[in-house]
Design a protein around this ligand. Sequence first.
Ligand code: BES
Ligand code: MN
Ligand code: ZN
Length: 498
Amino acid sequence: MEFSTKAGTPEKDKSDCLVVGIFEGKKLSPAAKVLDDASGKAITAVLKTGDLANKAGSTLLLHKLSGVAAARVLLVSVGKDSTLSRKTFRDALQGALKAVAATKSASATVFLTELPVADDSGSWALEHAVVLAQEQAYQTPKPGRKEDAEAAKALTRLTFAAPAGLSAAAQNAALLQGSAIANGQDLARDLGNLPPNVCTPTYLADTAKGLAKTHKLKVTVLEEAQMAKLGMNTLLAVSKGSRQPPKFIVLEYKGGSAKRKPVALVGKGITFDTGGISIKPAAEMDEMKYDMCGAASVLGTMKAVAEMKLPLNVVGIIPTCENMPDGQATRPGDIVTSMNGLTVEILNTDAEGRLILCDALTYTERFEPEAVVDIATLTGACVIALGHHASGLFANQDALAEELLAAGETAADRAWHMPLWDEYHDSLKSNFADLPNIGGRAGGSITAACFLSRFATKFDWAHLDIAGTAWRSGAAKGATGRPVGLLAHFLIGRAGRK
Ligand code: BES
Ligand code: MN
Ligand code: ZN
C-alpha cells in the first residue's frame, strides 16, 4: 500500500472515498464542514436521520454528494471531545478502514489526522494510521492457492490529511516509521500463519538469510553438530524426536557505532509443539504451529529496524526446532547439561520453550549485550493470567521493565509487569539435578520465567510471554504480528540514547 499526506481542499479531492470525522452531538470536523458547505448542507441533513451511531468508529457511507468530486464520503464517529484520546483515534480509524474496505475504493483520503490527538504532535497519529491500514489490508498466505482476485482489487493508495503544525519532514518520518513497523508485523504474521509443514526451522533460517540479503545484515546459521559442540544440550534434547534439523539463527544489524554493544532479541522458534512424549491433547493442537511467533517477531522487528535505519546495533537470536514424540525423543526424567553447565531434569517434555531459550540466553552472553529481551509463546498459564490483551513481562531490572511497558503503551501493544520474587523460585527444586524444567501448576508463567532468569545472570534481561497475544483463535484465527510494535518502539527509544 502507498501512503502520503496532503493539505486542504476536501471538496476537490478525487480519491474514491473521503473519510471525515463527526463528533457526538452531530458536530462536524473541519473537513466535514467543508464538504457540508460544498454540498448544500447534505451532511447536516443526513445526520438529522440519526443513522450515525455515537460510538467511536461507527460509520455512515454517503454517495455522490453534489459539489464534491469524490464518489464516496464516509462519515465516522470520533467521540465527544475535540481532542481525541489515543484509543478513540484508533477506534475511529479501525472502523473507518473496515468500512472503506467493504467498498470497491482503490484510493481514499482520510481526514481524521487533521484532528488533535492527546499528547501528540501528529506523528503518533500518522504512524498508527499507517499501521492500522496495513493491518486491515493484511491477507493470510494460502500456499498452493491462487491469488484472490477480489482482494487484488482492494485499496492501494491512502492519503492522510497533514496534521496541523507538523513539518513535511516529520510527516514523512512518521509514515516511514509506520510502514516499517507494519511491514515487520506482516512478516511476523505470515510466518506465524504458514502451516507447520512449510514453516520449518529450515524455512525460518532461509527467511533470515533472505532478510540479510535484502537489508545487508550479517546472518549465521548454526547446524546441529555446531550446537552439540557448543554444548547446547537442552536445546538438542527438545529437537531429538524430530526429523526436521534444528537451526540456531543469529542475525546482526549494525546501524550504531562500532563501540556500542548490541541489544539482543531472543525468540522462541518451536515450529510445532506436540508436547513431545508428554503429548498434548488433540483439541486445538493445530494452534501449536504458532509456537514460533517469538522467532517471527524477532525477524519482523529486525526487518522494521533495518527499514527505519535505526542508529543502534541489534542482534536477533533464534533457537528453532520441532517438539515431536518419537523413539529417539527425550523422556520425562531425562537429565541434560545445559550450555552454561547447569543440569536440568526434564520432568515434562511439553515445557520445551524454556529448554531451547536457556541455551540461547547462554549463547547471547558472547555479545556482551546492553540489554536482552526474549520473546516466547511460553505458557498457557500466561493466557489464563492476562487473557489476550497484554503480554506478560518479566525482568531482572525494573528500569528495563519500565522501558518496555512504555514502548507497549506507545505502540498500542501492551505488556503487564509480573513478579520474579525469590518465593516463586522455591518451586524449582529437583532431587536429581540443579533444577527441574517445571514448577507446580500455580503461577505457571512466573515459574517458567524464573527458570529462564537462572540463565540470564550476566546482563539486563526481560522476558515477554506472548502466548495470549501472538495469535487469535476461533473465527478470526490468525497471527497478530505482536509484539513487533512494542519491540520496534523499545528499539527506537534505545536508538535515541547515547
Ligand atoms: N507452547 C506452549 C505454551 C502455550 C500453550 C501457548 C497454549 C499458548 C497456548 C508451551 O510449550 C507449553 O506447552 N507449556 C506448558 C508448560 C507446562 C508443561 C509446565 C503449558 O503451558 O501447559
Ligand atoms: Mn510445550
Ligand atoms: Zn511450546
